[in-house]
Structures are given as structure tokens and as C-alpha cells.
Design a binder for this molecule. Structure first.
Ligand code: DX5
Ligand code: ZN
Length: 224
């Protein structure tokens, strides 16, 4: 845990107003976002359908920020090249349901993209042990994937701490990101546990404060 580093915010456009997506992403960029998080869902891996190639392509025209594409889909290998051509900078794939995770990780690297692995709330940290040295990022899901606006699951905090230690020992350059239910009260809990990158959808794009003020609050809030 490094409390001296600024919090890296990754706004998730799942919660954005798609009738003015360009403005919303630009506002988040001006307010200090370090990447844009794009949630791709297929209705099989998770019980929801969200967005795909056209939104990745459109978002890449709006912003200079890296586009982090979170693949909540059954066959991530089938889509990585298409999404890379559309402007994806990095991919996050799930441990769950992937019989050949190492192959998926290698595929992302072969096409020159950064790669992260996500684990769901009920999945233990130990499944990352062998693959961790290969990764640019670990994503701890702090809700069950599939929907925005869910409550942060505190049971994930211990696991975040365990993974922080695994990263320090085995791959210190690897980022530790959290996704789901991150708001002004939960962000400091996740940070104290060891996370350094914070995906936030609802608390940014649906905040009554507006995008810039919501991001400012997320950047500085403490929960003692
Ligand atoms: C959930 C997605 C998240 C989602 C987070 O399956 O992976 O990225 O957008 O949304 P909030 O911040 O509303 O919990
Ligand atoms: Zn996500």
C-alpha cells in the first residue's frame, strides 16, 4: 500500500449517459481519469448485455486516454484482435470459466496489448499464483460482475491484501485494481487493503455532484 501515490481513477462508461458519451468521457478525462474502463458483456458469461466494438471504436476517437476493456464474455480470445483494432489498449479477462487462461494471456501479448486477470468475489487469491508473473494487472471484483450500481462486498478486502503481498513478491510492476461499488466511502477501504487503481461507474457518471466534482471527491475522500 502506498498512500503517497495519487489514486488512479478508471471511470466505467457502463454508467454513462450514452446520448452524450463524448461529452461525458471528455469531462472525465479533464477531471483526471488515467484510463477509461469499458465493460463488455455477452449475456452468457454474465446475465447482462452491454457494448462491443462500435463503442470501443467511438470512445477511442473521443479520448487520448488508454482504453481498458473488461471482457465479461465466454470466449475472450475470439474478440481481442477486433477490439485491439478498434482502439483497446489493454484487456482484462476472467479466471472463471477459462480453461486456457495462459493461452488467452499470451494472445493479448502477441497482439501487443497489456493484459490483466479478474477474479470474482468468491474466487480465492491463490488461483493467481502461477499466472501472476505474466500479468500487467490484477482486477479484484468487489461485486459480482454483470451490473453497475451494486454494493461493495467487504469480504473482498482480505483478498486484496493477500494479492498485494503476492504482487510485491512476484511481480512488483503489476497493478492492483478494484471494480464494483467504489464510491467516496468504499474507495479508502480498498486503498488501505492495497488497491491502487479504482474503477467507478455510478459514483462518477450518476453523481448529483457532476462528473468533475464526483471524481475530486473520490480522489480525496477518507473513511476512518
Ligand atoms: C460490473 C462492471 C463494473 C461496473 C461498475 O460488472 O465490471 O465495471 O461498471 O459499476 P459501479 O461503479 O456502478 O459499481
Ligand atoms: Zn468492469
Amino acid at each position: 500500500m502506498n498512500l503517497a501515490s495519487p489514486r488512479q481513477l478508471a471511470p466505467s462508461i457502463l454508467a454513462a449517459d450514452f446520448s452524450c458519451l463524448g461529452n461525458q468521457v471528455s469531462e472525465a478525462e479533464k477531471a483526471g481519469a488515467t484510463r477509461i474502463h469499458i465493460d463488455v458483456m455477452d449475456g452468457h458469461f454474465v446475465p447482462n448485455i452491454s457494448m462491443g466494438e462500435p463503442i470501443i471504436r467511438a470512445t477511442s476517437k473521443i479520448t487520448q486516454l488508454p482504453l481498458e476493456v473488461h471482457l465479461m464474455i465466454t470466449n475472450p480470445d475470439f474478440f481481442m484482435e477486433e477490439f485491439a483494432q478498434a482502439g483497446a489498449s489493454s484487456f482484462i479477462v476472467h479466471y472463471e470459466g477459462n480453461n486456457n487462461l495462459h493461452r488467452t494471456v499470451q494472445k493479448a501479448k502477441q497482439i501487443g496489448k497489456k493484459i490483466g486477470v479478474a477474479i470474482n468475489p468468491a474466487t480465492p487469491a491463490c488461483v493467481l499464483e502461477e499466472i501472476l508473473p505474466e500479468l500487467d494487472l490484477v482486477l479484484v471484483m468487489t461485486v459480482n460482475p454483470g451490473f453497475g450500481s451494486q454494493h461493495f462486498l467487504q469480504l473482498t478486502l482480505k483478498k486484496i491484501g493477500l494479492i498485494e503481498k503476492m504482487i510485491a513478491l512476484n511481480n512488483p510492476e503489476c497493478e492492483l485494481e478494484v471494480d464494483g461499488g467504489i464510491d467516496a466511502s468504499t474507495i479508502s477501504l480498498a486503498e488501505k487493503a492495497g488497491a491502487t487503481v479504482f474503477v467507478a461507474g455510478t459514483s462518477i457518471f450518476k453523481s448529483p455532484l457532476g462528473i468533475a466534482a464526483a471524481m475530486k471527491q473520490l480522489s480525496s475522500s477518507q473513511n476512518f
